[in-house]
Design a protein around this ligand. Structure first.
Ligand code: FES
Length: 570
């Protein structure tokens, strides 16, 4: 029943503890037989397939087809595919916010990879938090893995206008709030925004994380932007299954792929694609799992020296299907080549240098600009410091109004999400377009850090045609959103950060040039206000209590402190 010196593979990995290894193996093989597999298959190495179908996750609607395609690749390469479920996070169906459950899914993924017998694993995710959760879990688990994404939705049409989730969702909703679209038309638009399977069609968080997986090298080259409904996606999934088997024969550990250099490449790619602010949190968390930290100073340096070259919504014009047709992320990497670390390793065992040796056959310059003719000469995102955000904040300059970059305004403060919902449309709200809207208590500890940082323009100003204002919070915002919005203020108001001290009428100064957000109130006064700070009660039981007690602040990726290797925990 086994030779102790032989490497352990397949069903012999991690036997269940019954106090008798022979019996454990006998029992496991006996029960595996009940799944209907032959002895030949029983002795094969195993590729686990972490699948995440759910009726609550429309973005994963084609999961069964992808699982079948990955399984086909695994079988053809000579291993046994074993699909297994983990929790699935459908962005718009989770209360209070999917962010609260990313770490739960990461734990689920890590523990199921480690607890079950598998030599390698293919992860299939797509919707915003699923890919970050899978990457975090798989990096910590340490087994060779390949990331497959479900792919972006295709676009649709509304009265002749091309539409796709979800930058257009926000644009149309703004028009509706401003009274320029009626009830009937907004109902029509509702049927057109998300008309196929797949993830949001623009460069939102899901598309950004798919791109980052490809740039890091944990997903196949060319895979990020293939539309969900395109047959190429199934062929790519099949090849991913095959690659997972190659990883068993010639292992590449996750930490051989996720290195300081590949993480820097990923941050650089994030800037070049005009990607989501959320990706800073997710990439920070995933890198920390591998013991890697990139400072905010380094992040800003990368942003300042990297042009934004991808012309997709919300910072530009196109959709993910256009990026795919234009040359995909490989086309972007070719353009960024002089700025990249080229000795990083991809999941197929090739270096980025080898991958980029052959020039691209076709680049559509409408969507992938050259570095000489960029959408913007600098990267899409920057981090801010200053007295209001001593540990950092994030600003998406690519999706903001340049005339507001250097501005000072009067604070109009909302103490909570409930307060915001109650008063933002009050006709008596004392607010002008030059004011700064401030939302408190929407950070990770207070509420799980929902995507509430895209504060709506107060209705009375929206009706006057006001489209943008400076908005400040400790919340996140959707990667599909746009505006002059300062996010991820840290420390958050809920734990007594300076944001907690802001009062109606205070002056605040934003300087994107200096990368600062400052509360123009004397230090002693801020200290006096904070001395009277009283935290709001936190959940006392279950996962929500664990979350509130363990979540780190945004600049540390909002991971749980106990999941981060000691040398990375800050
Ligand atoms: Fe799933 Fe946008 S809701 S990616």
């Amino acid at each position: 029943m086994g030779d102790d010196n032989k490497p352990v593979h397949g069903y012999d990995i991690g036997l269940t503890h019954y106090g008798d290894r022979g019996f454990s193996r006998f029992l496991r093989r006996g029960f595996a037989r009940s799944t209907g597999i032959s002895e030949t298959m029983l002795d094969k190495p195993i590729v686990g397939i972490a699948m995440t179908p759910s009726a609550y996750n429309n973005c994963h609607r084609f999961m069964p087809d992808l699982v079948e395609a990955v399984s086909r690749g695994v079988l053809a390469a000579g291993a046994l595919p074993r699909p297994f479920p983990t929790i699935s996070l459908g962005e718009v169906n989770l209360n209070p916010t999917s962010m609260m459950f990313r770490n739960l899914m990461a734990m689920d993924t890590e523990e199921m990879i480690l607890a079950q017998p598998m030599d390698a694993v293919v992860l299939i995710g797509g919707c915003d938090k699923t890919v970050p959760a899978q990457l975090m879990g798989a990096v910590s688990a340490g087994r060779p893995f390949v990331q497959v994404v479900t792919g972006p939705m295709s676009t649709s049409r509304h009265r002749g206008t091309r539409v796709g989730a979800c930058t257009d969702c926000r644009r149309f909703w703004g028009e509706y709030r401003g009274g320029r679209i009626d009830d009937k038309e907004i109902g029509e638009i509702e049927t057109r925004l998300a008309s196929t399977a797949g993830t949001c069609a623009v460069m939102g968080t899901a598309s950004t994380m798919a791109s980052i997986a490809e740039i890091l090298g944990v997903a196949l080259p060319g895979s990020a932007a293939i539309p969900a409904v395109d047959s190429m996606r199934l062929a790519m999934a099949e090849r991913s299954g095959e690659v997972a088997v190659e990883l068993i024969r010639k292992p590449i550990a996750p930490t051989d792929i996720v290195t300081r250099q590949s993480v820097e490449n990923a941050f650089r790619g994030l800037m070049a694609i005009g990607g989501s602010t959320n990706a800073i949190i997710h990439l920070t968390a995933m890198a920390a799992r591998a013991g890697i930290r990139i400072s905010q100073t380094r992040l800003n340096a990368i942003s300042d020296e990297t042009p934004t070259i991808v012309n997709l919504k919300p910072v530009g014009e196109g959709y993910m299907e256009d990026l795919h047709a234009a040359g995909g992320i490989e086309g972007v990497l070719h353009e960024l080549k002089p700025l990249l670390h080229l000795d990083t390793v991809t999941v197929e065992g090739r270096s980025l240098r080898e991958l980029l040796e052959t020039p691209p056959r076709w680049i559509d310059r409408n969507y992938i600009r050259s570095a000489d003719d960029p959408v913007s000469p600098v990267g899409g995102l920057v981090t801010l410091g200053g007295s209001l955000a001593p540990n950092g904040a994030v600003f998406k300059r690519a999706a903001a109004t340049p005339s507001l970059f250097e501005s000072e305004g009067r604070a109009v403060v909302f103490d909570s999400l409930e307060d915001l919902a109650l008063r933002i449309d009050d006709p008596d709200l004392d607010v002008t377009p030059a004011d700064f809207l401030v939302l408190k208590n929407a950070g990770p500890v207070a509420t799980g850090m929902p995507e509430s940082g895209y504060l709506p323009i107060p209705r009375k100003l929206a009706e006057q045609g006001v489209k943008d204002m400076v908005r400040i919070s400790d919340a996140r915002m959707s990667g599909t959103a746009f505006g002059t919005i300062v996010l991820h203020i840290s420390p958050e108001a809920g734990i007594g950060g300076p944001l907690a001290a802001v009062r109606n009428g205070d002056r605040i100064r934003l300087s994107v040039a200096e990368k600062r957000i400052d509360l123009l109130v004397p230090e002693e006064e801020v200290a006096r206000r904070l001395a009277a700070f009283e935290p709001r009660p936190l959940p006392e039981r279950g996962y929500r209590a664990l979350f509130a007690q363990s979540v780190l602040q945004a600049e540390e990726g909002c991971d749980f402190g106990f999941l981060v290797p000691r040398e990375s925990a800050g």
